[in-house]
Ligand binder design. Structure first.
Ligand SMILES: NC(=O)c1ccc[n+]([C@@H]2O[C@H](COP(=O)([O-])OP(=O)(O)OC[C@H]3O[C@@H](n4cnc5c(N)ncnc54)[C@H](OP(=O)(O)O)[C@@H]3O)[C@@H](O)[C@H]2O)c1
Length: 327
């Protein structure tokens, strides 16, 4: 069976390839990064790279193989940027994938959305899939993911599953953990409410597993699933795990929330007004993540997909630190 994987050249991509190959699938890896694509096709048997942009229908037509399943993980994944870039990559890109699935009679499409769609001011614990709002304009990334989900739900192509995986971490992560470690080496990690807010994270290996389960499981058709490690922890507790494993001291700075919120609100307005492309030092979205508890219920995925994380947070942290020590 052959799987078209978009976002193959990204962080999750290589883990997804490994998960698929271990389960005897062949992979058509799609992306723009030719260097990474070449690396993937040269280092993995049964992986073929097709260079292309999701925004161009014609690029998807370059795929000549018979495709059984599509895992759509490609997209613009960041907290700041221009609406047109998010729209093109995440909304138009998803529409092109839907057209591809319909035209090629693909058995199943698995779309990687994001739990950032639940983001809001205030604590929320054990959030269920159906609690997602229909609109959330906290940032363009969230807006584009919700629009892409809507396209899928309303599409004439009915064989889909949507997965919302929370806070991926693992070897190769270039965003969450490296950012926090960098902060620790500089001004320190900002703590609100003493870092006692509960959060979820997910080992990237578990996300890849959940996507394969969603692709294979008949129960999943037309449904949406949250994915986490199912180990909610306090924000500071996770960071302390990292620092203990690394043998370094965590440097924390207690921030005043109302004051910081005021500054961040102004900064976002200034950056938007002057169309500054560089990301502000902190965005409202990140501030809410740092300030409020948010955990997700994964009961539905456990029950219907048989999802059981194969790596614990501790094991993931250990693997990450060991790898970084060697390299
Ligand atoms: N990381 C997280 O914590 C997290 C959490 C929830 C959901 N997600 C979602 O999970 C997916 C994978 O995330 P990630 O962390 O692996 O992201 P990533 O490392 O930023 O990778 C993004 C991938 O999307 C591809 N892509 C972007 N725009 C494209 C375009 N116009 N045409 C073709 N390919 C395009 C990139 O390929 P090229 O650069 O080669 O084109 C890359 O392979 C994303 O959809 C993201 O929104 C991530």
């Amino acid at each position: 069976m052959k799987v078209l994987l978009t976002g193959a050249t990204g962080f999750l991509g290589e883990y997804m390839i490994q998960e698929l190959l271990e389960n005897n699938y062949e992979v058509v890896a799609f992306g723009r990064n030719e260097k990474k694509g070449k690396y993937l096709s040269e280092n993995y048997k049964n992986v073929k790279f097709v260079k292309g942009n999701l925004e161009n229908r014609e690029d998807l037509e370059k795929i000549t193989d018979q495709i059984d399943f599509v895992i759509h993980a490609g997209g613009l994944s960041t907290v700041w940027g221009r609406w047109e870039d998010f729209y093109n990559a995440n909304v138009l890109g998803t529409q092109n994938i839907l057209n591809f699935c319909e035209k090629r009679n693909v058995k199943r499409l698995v779309f990687v959305s994001s739990p950032s769609v639940y983001a809001k001011k205030g604590d929320s614990l054990q959030v269920k899939e159906e609690e997602a709002p229909t609109e959330n304009n906290l940032n363009f990334y969230i807006k584009s993911k919700l629009m892409a989900e809507k396209l899928i739900k309303e599409s004439s192509y009915k064989s889909w599953v949507i997965i919302r995986p929370r806070g991926l971490f693992g070897v190769g992560d270039t965003s969450i953990v490296p950012r926090l470690l960098k902060l620790n080496g500089k001004i320190g990690i900002p703590l609100f409410a003493g870092g006692n807010q509960m959060i979820d994270v997910t080992c990237v290996e578990n996300v890849a597993l959940s996507l394969r389960l969603a692709m294979e499981n008949e129960n999943a058709l037309g449904k949406i699933y949250n994915i986490t490690n199912d180990e909610p922890m306090k924000f500071k507790e996770i960071l302390d795990l990292f620092f203990a494993e690394m043998g370094i001291e965590g440097k924390y700075v207690n921030f005043n929330y109302p004051f910081t919120k005021g500054i961040v609100t102004i900064l976002e307005k200034v950056y938007s007004f002057f169309k500054i492309r560089k990301e502000p030092p902190l965005t409202l979205y990140t501030l809410y993540l740092l300030r409020y508890s948010q955990t997700l219920s994964v009961e539905k995925a456990k029950k219907e997909l048989g999802y059981k994380p194969k790596m614990t947070v501790r094991e993931g942290v250990k693997k990450y630190v060991e790898h970084n020590r060697k390299s």
